[in-house]
Ligand binder design. Structure first.
Ligand code: ARG
Length: 659
């Protein structure tokens, strides 16, 4: 259901009588927007001022002639001119009631499908398998899934693709680990657990060896920084009053301090590792382990039969592990074209770029040079290896052939923003500029300690227990016997568990979505599952509360069949405010997809729940003064419940009938 569209349509008819230039009509229509001050108007058109020069008349006069030609009598109860020529619109209660009637009668709440659907690919979740999935991948999964659902709901053709990292160095790690450290019994019993153990072991050895190698580099850095201090000191001695040199000295001294700190940190890491005798023995037996890992990876990439066999044996196990998380989050993908899928294509892609002179030789590597970037994008390394970026180029080309997308969204952590900037420039250069490529970047999930959030075991198992914990907290907060007795609800254990699942998992998703996508946010389980504030539990509670009102009404003889047919009378200000917010649902969905910011949806739902709460405080529903009023308010409440439900479901969050 649209508000702006019919209003703009009427304005168009009026403006076309005044303006010859269609472009001017269009740009004027853009200036009709929801009012920022609801006490003045519901919508406001700031058309007259910008037309002053074109028409050579004072804005007030222009506004008046627009209003004279405007027929909004069915939509608005008042159209008035204010200030220097603003046109203020107040929607009419009966028109609002008609719109709500439409929403009430339709599963889609009257939301129309876009006239020109786009083909939109969403690349999201995309974890590196064989390596523990982390909380950032959950955020990508939750945000990507929500965007996909909303765009589909609006009528676009959405294709989701989980671009799994299933071909990188992490496989070299587990292949090396398997060949050297595998416990066959453990592997037989629980392959996933054994593979993660192997990954962590190889990682630990390689981390230790890297730290050892770092020592001399860090020592050199300190020497270098100290020399710099001496130089600046000499300079300062010659010009003691020079503030700039004094500042330079302070900066150089800070650099020494930082380098010393880094070296100390490194020593500590080494000392820690050296306490582990097994690790020391293994490190000794496997010197330069990272090079060996790279060699295993290269062998895999060059078609080594043994490594390929291991890879295809490991992959389903790794998939199974992440599938558990997807199942719990109820997330699905249309495709799983992982990195490995593109491997065979990379050679031809790079050759083609080279043949077209788009990629050129530089220091033995093949590179695409780009205007406006300090460094080129390397597509083939000196040693012949391809890179993450090469796969991304091949992926975009494949998607173009297969789906011809209008838009392609990559829902990936902000730390990859340089990669995507460069990638999009390359894609433009190689002739894919007609697709709107977007990096849907998001901030880091932080712990309450101010550091990037880590699950206790830092593994998928850790992620699962994080989900379990949210469910357990939800159980405590929502289903504790004291609270339930307080609100007069009796429920058995299965119902409690079901509610805790819906509320707990909803809390995690909602927190990921409600925070402005681009900023970091603090993962605070206590806050997430609260029943007050901008949380999913609050919205779910509002839904359940309305459902309970409707049930009570039925007990008192107000059958849904009766109030469903009743007409809506919006008389009280709180009813009007609620109605106005409800009819904006579609407009808000479009707005949230302009920059792909699902937090606009959570804000809308939070506001709706609050507006319902004030309506319920101010207007009696079941004990309203007459039956017509009772029915109208029951119907209004039911549209609120439906909107909350549809809204939450678009975000991948469920509702419960009571809580
Ligand atoms: N596997 C990557 C990671 O975990 C994310 C991949 C994102 N998608 C892409 N087409 N590059 O960091």
């Amino acid at each position: 259901m649209q508000i702006l569209k019919p209003i703009r349509q009427r304005f168009r008819q009026a403006l076309e009588q005044l303006l010859d230039d269609p472009a001017l009509v269009e740009s004027s229509l853009e200036r009709i927007v929801p009012s920022r001050d609801p006490t003045l108007a519901d919508y406001q058109a700031n058309i007259a001022m910008p037309l002053q020069k074109v028409l050579g008349k004072p804005p007030l006069q222009i506004a008046q002639s627009v209003v004279d030609k405007l027929d909004l009598s069915d939509i608005c109860q008042s159209v008035s001119i204010a200030g220097a020529g603003y046109i203020n619109l107040r929607l009419s209660p009966s028109w609002l009631a008609d719109q709500l009637q439409l929403a009430h009668a339709d599963d889609r709440l009257g939301v129309t499908q876009v006239e020109a659907p786009k083909t939109i690919i969403i690349d999201y979740s995309s974890p590196n398998v064989a390596k523990p999935m982390h909380v950032g991948h959950i955020r990508s999964t939750v945000i990507g899934a929500a965007i996909a659902q909303v765009l589909r709901f609006l009528g676009h053709k959405v294709i989701t693709d989980n671009h799994l990292g299933d071909w990188g160095t992490q496989f070299g790690m587990i292949i090396y680990g398997y060949k050297n450290f595998c416990d066959p019994e453990a592997y037989k019993k629980h392959p996933v657990a054994e593979l993660s153990r192997l990954y962590r072991k190889v990682q630990a050895i390689s981390g230790y060896q890297e730290a050892l190698g770092q020592n001399s580099k860090l020592e050199q850095a300190i020497e270098f920084a100290k020399k710099r201090v001496e130089q600046v000191q000499t300079k300062l001695a010659a010009a003691p009053a020079d503030k700039k040199i004094a500042k330079e000295l302070a900066a150089a001294e800070r650099q020494v301090a930082t380098a010393i700190e880094e070296l100390q940190g490194n020593h500590k890491k080494i000392e820690e590792a050296q306490k582990d005798a097994v690790l020391m023995a293994e490190s000794k037996a496997h010197p330069a382990i990272y090079e060996r890992v790279l060699a295993e990876t290269a062998a895999l990439h060059h078609g080594d039969v043994a490594n390929l066999k291991l890879w295809s044996e490991f992959l389903p196990n790794c998939r199974q592990e992440i599938d558990t998380i997807y199942r719990r989050l109820n997330v699905h993908f249309d495709h799983w074209y992982g990195e490995s899928f593109y491997h065979e294509m990379l050679g031809a892609v790079v050759e083609d770029l080279f043949a077209k002179n788009l990629a050129v030789q530089s220091d033995g590597a093949l590179c695409v040079f780009l205007d406006g970037f300090d460094s080129p994008m390397i597509v083939r390394k000196q040693d012949g290896a391809y890179l993450y970026a090469t796969t991304d180029i091949a992926t975009a080309m494949f998607r173009e052939r297969e789906f011809s997308p209008d838009v392609c969204l990559y829902v990936v952590d902000h730390r990859q923003s340089d990669h995507f900037k460069k990638l999009f420039a390359v894609l433009e250069k190689i002739g894919l500029g007609h697709t709107d490529f977007r990096h849907i970047s998001f901030g880091t999930v932080m712990g309450t300690d101010g550091k990037p959030f880590k699950t206790r075991s830092g593994s998928t198992v850790g992620l699962e227990s994080m989900l379990d914990e949210a469910v357990a907290r939800a159980m405590e907060v929502v289903c504790n016997p004291e609270r339930l007795t307080g609100v007069g609800i009796q429920m058995d254990q299965p119902e409690r568990e079901q509610i805790a699942q819906t509320v707990g998992l909803g809390a995690i998703k909602y927190a990921d979505l409600a925070h402005n996508r681009t900023s970091d946010y603090v993962f605070d389980m206590d806050k997430m599952v609260r029943l007050e504030g901008n949380t999913s539990a609050y919205i779910q509670y509002s839904y359940a509360r309305i459902r309970s009102i409707l049930r009570k009404a039925e007990e008192k003889g107000h059958e849904p069949s009766e109030w469903s047919e009743a007409s809506l009378n919006l008389t009280e200000p709180s009813e009007m405010a609620l109605a106005l917010h409800l009819v904006r649902f579609e407009e808000m969905l479009h707005q949230s997809m302009q920059e792909y910011t699902p937090n606009l949806i959570t804000e809308y739902l939070y506001e709706l729940a609050k507006l319902f709460s004030s309506f319920y405080d101010q207007c009696s529903v079941l004990s309203a003064s007459n039956a017509t009023e009772v029915r109208s308010r029951l119907k209004l409440s039911s549209v609120v419940a439906k909107t909350l439900k549809v809204g939450l479901e678009l975000l991948g969050i469920g509702v419960v009938e009571r809580m």
